[in-house]
Design a protein around this ligand. Structure first.
Ligand SMILES: NC(=O)c1ccc[n+]([C@@H]2O[C@H](COP(=O)([O-])OP(=O)(O)OC[C@H]3O[C@@H](n4cnc5c(N)ncnc54)[C@H](O)[C@@H]3O)[C@@H](O)[C@H]2O)c1
Length: 450
């Protein structure tokens, strides 16, 4: 158990790599984070409610495509282990929470994972520990949900340190928010180079979190409060969501006008200032962009404030799968075939290129819309040899071999994985609908760009 009572001794232990770090939620965010700290020679323990994940990791195996088993085995050899037993949190100096924050079907925040995690861990916390929430959430979560829960359920009248509570002494728990900003599949920006935004409830919490994350990130950005840090993450993702909606709308206009939107974006990107490129697609997916903006619009209602950009962007982006299906329908009709009698192959069902993540993928909506229209739908995705039943889907199918592309009336490219040979796929297809401009440079009358 940690007997640290001052911030200076907490920081000294960190410098000496004696800090024991707990990562709660060993998913796409938590597991890589655990490995980064392990590489820095910290003692790291991972906590998850999924016993299968815990057993897999303790066996030195991986369940995330981009994380090699050797990486897990290396961390295991360096002392990393996983557990489902939250009572072990008592031994830890820093507790980092990386659990899901999805939406309810009515687009309101589902905070149940965060709430149940904090309720489960609170009895095992003690003064001198640092607790950081990394999950994306609405501004106010740390102050209004996390802190009161910890103080209600913590033992021995545990308090969370607040500004003005004292100086060096740690007579309570340090609490901060630090959003995860990872971009899955982005191989050009190593995770260490993504600056880490941090906002503590108290300056001691900010200081401790800045020092902790400073061991694995090249740059940290200290903010004045958890709410400001929570809002920063939402601004980033709303900025992305709104700009994607803009190009999705302009794409439809360009198609109607016979202008190539991709050529336009490339040309606009040559401007050295004031323009950042965003690209159109079949809709938005993943755990962040389709979800996070609604956290803010939900919160804004409590302040009687409108969030019109968020709502409009949501409307435009959510209409994209329907636009894609309509394009497929018209392309088939030109060949004298109705959608209801067509066999359609979806290429790529992950929500983005080269990731093994299906969450909120527009492919799932497209699948559904095509089937409702009567089409017979199959898919190919190198990252999903088979797909069963998930939170929002029940595909229960296996990936179709690419050799069978010629059996389909239409091939619809939804996700442009880099493993695909597009020229060969177009050659083998009857109609090739391209939502990603992956066939740029390929001249063929079979290609329908959308
Ligand atoms: N995936 C990304 O690229 C990404 C990027 C930035 C931010 N985020 C945010 O990070 C958070 C985590 O996302 P993720 O993609 O890692 O989710 P994930 O679903 O991949 O992983 C979450 C893990 O938490 C575990 N878990 C759930 N409830 C738990 C509990 N009560 N106690 C312990 N473990 C529990 C799950 O079993 C799972 O292993 C979300 O808020 C998400 O919005 C994700």
């Amino acid at each position: 158990m940690n007997s640290t009572h001052t911030l200076s001794s907490w920081l000294a232990r960190l410098d000496a790599r004696e800090t024991h770090i707990a990562i709660i939620g060993l998913g796409y965010v938590g597991l890589p984070l655990a490995l980064l700290f392990s590489e820095e020679c910290f003692r790291v323990t991972g906590f998850d409610i999924d016993a299968e994940k815990v057993a897999t990791l303790n066996d030195g195996r991986s369940y995330i495509h981009r994380i090699e088993p050797e990486h897990i085995a290396g961390a295991r050899a360096a002392g990393f282990r996983a557990t489902t037993d939250f009572s072990e949190l008592h031994e830890c100096d820093a507790i980092l929470i990386c659990v899901p924050t999805p939406l309810h079907p009515d687009h309101t925040p589902d905070m149940s994972f965060v709430t149940s995690t904090v309720e489960a861990l609170a009895p095992h916390t003690h003064a001198g520990q640092l607790l950081v929430l990394e999950s994306t959430t609405y501004p106010g979560t740390t102050d209004e949900l996390i802190v009161p829960t910890l103080e209600r359920l913590g033992r021995n009248n545990l308090r969370v340190l607040r500004n003005g509570d004292g100086h060096d002494t740690l007579e309570g728990l340090m609490v901060a928010f630090s959003p995860e900003r990872e971009d899955p599949g982005n191989l050009t920006t190593p995770r260490r180079e993504i600056p880490k935004v941090i906002g503590g409830v108290d300056t001691r919490a900010t200081q401790a979190a800045v020092a902790l994350y400073g061991t694995i990130f090249n740059r940290t950005v200290a903010m004045s409060s958890p709410s400001a840090a929570e809002m920063t993450k939402l601004l980033e993702n709303i900025y992305r969501c709104v700009n994607i909606a803009l190009v999705n709308e302009l794409k439809q206009l360009c198609l109607a006008m016979g202008i190539d939107i991709w050529e336009v974006i490339d040309a606009a990107s040559t401007k050295p200032f004031g323009f950042q490129a965003f690209y159109p697609g079949p809709g938005i997916g993943g755990h962040c962009i389709p979800v996070d903006p609604f956290y803010l619009s939900w919160r804004a209602k409590q302040f009687n404030q409108p969030t019109r950009f968020i709502e409009l962007a949501g409307e435009v982006n959510e209409a994209m799968p329907g636009f894609v299906v309509h394009t497929v329908e018209r392309a088939l009709e030109r060949e004298g075939k109705s959608l209801a009698e067509a066999k359609v192959l979806l290429l790529g069902i992950a929500y983005k290129r080269d990731v093994d993540d299906l969450r909120e993928s527009p492919a799932l909506t497209i699948f559904d819309l095509l089937e409702r229209a009567g089409a017979s739908v199959s898919y190919n995705d190198p990252f999903f040899p088979e797909v069963g039943v998930g939170r929002k889907y029940a595909l229960k199918r296996q990936s179709t071999a690419l050799e069978r592309v010629g059996d389909f009336d239409c091939v619809l490219l939804v996700t442009d994985h880099s493993a695909y040979d597009y020229a060969a796929l177009v050659e083998a297809s009857k109609i090739f609908v391209d939502t990603r401009n992956a066939t740029r440079g390929i001249a063929s009358g079979k290609i329908v760009r959308c």
